[in-house]
Structures are given as structure tokens and as C-alpha cells.
Design a protein around this ligand. Structure first.
Ligand code: FAD
Length: 449
């Protein structure tokens, strides 16, 4: 017979675990958490590589040093996570052209100012036009020079506070802390969950947390929810919290029966999915500069986003002899589809342009594939540039007994770990309220009977 509980939570990432914690702490203990993979964390994920622990997903606590304490920084402090300050401000003075020369400061300042100004203008026009892109004409990227493209890429694909007044920077501050802890960013989740879930020998071993349970079908009605997993198990509950990513919701991994209403599917389709890929390269020794202000450097190529943004790992892990290069969207998808050897060759060619032909070959490469991971289908959500209130409500509002959570349901902080965390708490509380109302309704009808 199917297992039955009060609430089924789908997904054991930061939002699913945060929701579980709220429920259990408020007395709803018969929850079941179904996780498709064999681990907690979702897009918070470490992997051993080249002798250290690297973060394939979230790497930073974004939004530090402001008037409010970022709740994720709070969690990180409570779990003694090792973090280091990342200073991007100098990255633009380390832009290499294809012959290995660093662009002069004057040209950088001028180009930077111009790119920031044009981004701000574009945003203003968009706001004035109510989000209509048709009035916003931009020169095609083919008309931009390599240095303009490199700066454009960092400003937009890295969300620099200069361009958009985003809530994360306004509320929590403009600084970013890199998580550099051998136990991984995910250790913070483990510490957060250990108050409410059973642990043994450093692992969450609670029988309510079930791994390798891929939810494929979801029936929902006025009376409850039933889910079927890929391995043929059936789970029933009064309510469900769905924390799968926006990419998974856009895919056909989960069949809804009855189908989701149109307002919900439209909101899901409206939300953009960003692919963000950190490629790790291991070398026998380091050949890049490691002085102050040199942690980040850029490669100016005529193709936008082509191995543009680099970071050395000496600050995080001294002696690791490792570099990270970040690709996004189209470049991410392109690289996911080719062999790691091809990617290694491309990255080496870029490095040889910058540092000369005599640098050592990388001995190992790690290429995460968030786009092709069927439990992710991308890295994080990107709200429409001008998102109206309707969209914000539709993306998170429940459908009957089906509650939605995840970073993409966070109105202020979508895309971030703290967005996922706060969304999980909010959804957990909303469900508690709904359960309370249901209790009142049943006791009223019992009194009448
Ligand atoms: P997830 O972590 O995706 O959790 C959802 C869970 O659902 C997953 O574990 C998944 O396996 C599971 N699941 C999916 N489908 C099913 C199914 N059918 N059945 C059962 N389970 C299912 N944020 C920052 O704040 N700072 C950063 O520096 C940063 N960098 C990032 C870099 C990358 C490469 C990526 C990918 C993300 C980054 N983010 C960053 C974003 C951050 O990681 C996410 O916003 C956050 O972790 C999302 O948490 P979540 O709980 O909403 O979703």
C-alpha cells in the first residue's frame, strides 16, 4: 500500500530542506522528502577535484556587508564555513588581448563607463516602455570590440551592482564571500537540517528523507496528492511542496494530472533559465600572476563570452595550481555538447594567447553539465527584466494542495542561495497557515454534524 503522510516535499536542495525545517519545527513531523539524486544540496554541490573540494554550483554568498545580515551568511557563520572575500573591482584592469597584452587603464575606464551608461539607458527605456524590448535598439555584438564585449559580459552575465539596483545588493550589501571549505558549501545545509532530521556519522540518515526517488507523475485533487516515482513507488499526502527548478518545471520530467492551470504554465514559461558553467583546470604549476588584485582576469576575444572570465584558486586554496573559467548560456550549452578534451584544447588556446606558448598543459579538467542534467535543466532563474506583480504571484502561488517553492519563487532574491532559503521558509509558513485553516474547517463541519 502507498506510504502516506501529511506533506510530501519534492527536492532536497536549500529550499526543500528549509521548508522541511519550518514544518517539523512547527509540529508537522510526518513529512516525506523525495530527492531524485543520491544526495542533498541540489545546486549546492561540491566535488573533489585535483586534491581540493570545488563547488560546481553555488560558490559565493552574494550580498554581504550591508545594513541587513544575509540569512545565508548567518547560516554559514553558525556552521563555521570557511569563506574569503572576493574582490572583483580590479578584474577590469586585468583584461588581456589575444596577443597577451593588458589593455591600458585609460581605455578600460572609458569603455567601462560607456558600457555601464548604455546598460543603464537600456534599463530606463525598458522601464519607460513597460518592458517592451522593441524600442530598445542596440548595436549587434558583432559591432563591438573585444574589450567592449569582455566588459559587457562581466557587467551582464555577472550582475555587477553598477548596472541594476538589485535587492540582494541593496539589502545585504555589495560584497561577496567565496566559500572555500573542504566540507563544501553543502556542509551549511547539513548543519541547518541536523536540528530536525536524524543524522549519524556526518550524514543525514533520516528515514523521511528518501534518495533516488525521481517524481514522474503527480496527481492532485481536492482531497490530496499522490505521486509516482520512476522506480514504481507511490506516495500519498494531504499536501505537497514542489521545489524542483524552473528548468525542470519547463521540461516534461513531471506529468501533472490534471494539468497545471494556464496562469501557472504561462508564468513558468515566461521565466528565463540561465546556464552558468564553471570549468576547473588543474596544472602542474602556476604560470599566472598571483599578486594583490590579480585573482580575476579577463580574456578579450571577438566572440562574446568566449572563455572571458577567469579566476585563479590561489586565494581559496594556496598551492592548488588551479584555474576556473566561467561560461554562460550559449557557450555553456556548446561546451556541454562537446568532449571535455575539445574544451580543454579551447581553454589552453585562450591561455596561450594570454600567457604565451610555453605554459604547461592542464593535467585535468572538470566540466559541469547543468543544462543536460535532467534534474536541473539550467543553473538559475532570471525574471523578466520588468516583471509585473501578476508574474511574481503566479510563479509562486499554490495550485490547490500543490505548493511551489525554490529560488525561482523568491520575489526579491530569485537566482540565489538566500532566495532559495527564504522561499523555502515562506512556503513552509504558508502551508502551515493553510493546514491550520483546514483544521478549523473540519472542526466546524464536525460541530455542525
Ligand atoms: P535545487 O538546489 O535545484 O533543489 C531542487 C532539488 O530537486 C534538487 O536536489 C533536484 O535533484 C531535485 N529534483 C529535481 N527534479 C526532481 C524530481 N522529479 N523528483 C525528485 N527530486 C527532483 N547562488 C548564490 O547565491 N551564489 C552563487 O555563487 C551561485 N552560483 C551558482 C553557480 C551555478 C553553476 C549554479 C548552478 C547555481 C548558482 N547559484 C548561486 C544559484 C543557487 O545554487 C540556487 O539558487 C539554489 O541552490 C537553488 O536551490 P533550490 O532549492 O531552489 O533548488
Amino acid at each position: 500500500s502507498p506510504s502516506s503522510s501529511s506533506v510530501i516535499i519534492v527536492g532536497a536542495g536549500v529550499s526543500g530542506l528549509s521548508a522541511a525545517k519550518v514544518l517539523i519545527e512547527n509540529g508537522v513531523e510526518d513529512v516525506v522528502i523525495l530527492e531524485a539524486s543520491d544526495r542533498i544540496g541540489g545546486r549546492i554541490r561540491k566535488q573533489d577535484f585535483g586534491g581540493v573540494s570545488v563547488e560546481l554550483g553555488a560558490g559565493w554568498i552574494v550580498g554581504v556587508g550591508g545594513r541587513e545580515l544575509n540569512p545565508v551568511l548567518d547560516l554559514a557563520l553558525k556552521s563555521n564555513l570557511r569563506t574569503i572575500f572576493s574582490d572583483y573591482s580590479n578584474a577590469r584592469y586585468n583584461i588581456y588581448d589575444r596577443s597577451g597584452k593588458i589593455f591600458p587603464r585609460g581605455l578600460v575606464e572609458e569603455t567601462y563607463k560607456k558600457e555601464v551608461e548604455s546598460a543603464v539607458q537600456k534599463l530606463k527605456k525598458l522601464e519607460a516602455g513597460g518592458g517592451d524590448f522593441s524600442n530598445v535598439t542596440e548595436p549587434p555584438t558583432t559591432q563591438k570590440t573585444p574589450i567592449e564585449l569582455a566588459i559587457d559580459f562581466t557587467l551582464h552575465d555577472f550582475e555587477m551592482p553598477e548596472v541594476e539596483p538589485i535587492s540582494t545588493f541593496l539589502d545585504y550589501g555589495e560584497r561577496e564571500f567565496l566559500v572555500a571549505d573542504e566540507r563544501g558549501y553543502e556542509h551549511m545545509l547539513y548543519k541547518m537540517a541536523e536540528d530536525v532530521l536524524f543524522t549519524s556519522e556526518g550524514k543525514l540518515l533520516d528515514s523521511r528523507l528518501k534518495f533516488n526517488k525521481v517524481v514522474r507523475e503527480l496527481q492532485h485533487s481536492r482531497n490530496g496528492v499522490t505521486v509516482m516515482t520512476e522506480d514504481g513507488c507511490v506516495f500519498q499526502a494531504n499536501y505537497m511542496i514542489l521545489s524542483v527548478s524552473i528548468g525542470v518545471l519547463q521540461s516534461n520530467l513531471i506529468a501533472f494530472n490534471p494539468p497545471l492551470p494556464r496562469w501557472k504554465t504561462e508564468a513558468i514559461q515566461k521565466c528565463d533559465v540561465i546556464v552558468y558553467t564553471k570549468i576547473f583546470l588543474k596544472f602542474p604549476y602556476k604560470f599566472w600572476p598571483c599578486g594583490p588584485g590579480q585573482e580575476f582576469f579577463l580574456y578579450a576575444h571577438e566572440r562574446r563570452g568566449y572563455y572571458t572570465f577567469w579566476q585563479h584558486m590561489e586565494n581559496a586554496y594556496p598551492g592548488s595550481n588551479m584555474l576556473v573559467v566561467t561560461l554562460t548560456n550559449g557557450e555553456s550549452k556548446r561546451v556541454e555538447a562537446q568532449s571535455d578534451k575539445e574544451t580543454l584544447n579551447e581553454a589552453m588556446a585562450a591561455l596561450k594567447d594570454m600567457f604565451g606558448p610555453d605554459i604547461p598543459e592542464a593535467t585535468d579538467i572538470l566540466v559541469p553539465r547543468w543544462w543536460n542534467n535532467r534534474f536541473q535543466r539550467g543553473s538559475y532563474s532570471n525574471y523578466p527584466m520588468i516583471s509585473d506583480n501578476q508574474f511574481v504571484h503566479d510563479i509562486k502561488n499554490p495550485v490547490g494542495r500543490l505548493f511551489f517553492t525554490g529560488e525561482h519563487t523568491s520575489e526579491k532574491f530569485s537566482g540565489y542561495v538566500h532566495g532559495g532559503h527564504l522561499a523555502g521558509i515562506e512556503t513552509g509558513k504558508a502551508l502551515l497557515e493553510e493546514m491550520e485553516k483546514e483544521k478549523e474547517r473540519t472542526s466546524e463541519s464536525e460541530n455542525q454534524a
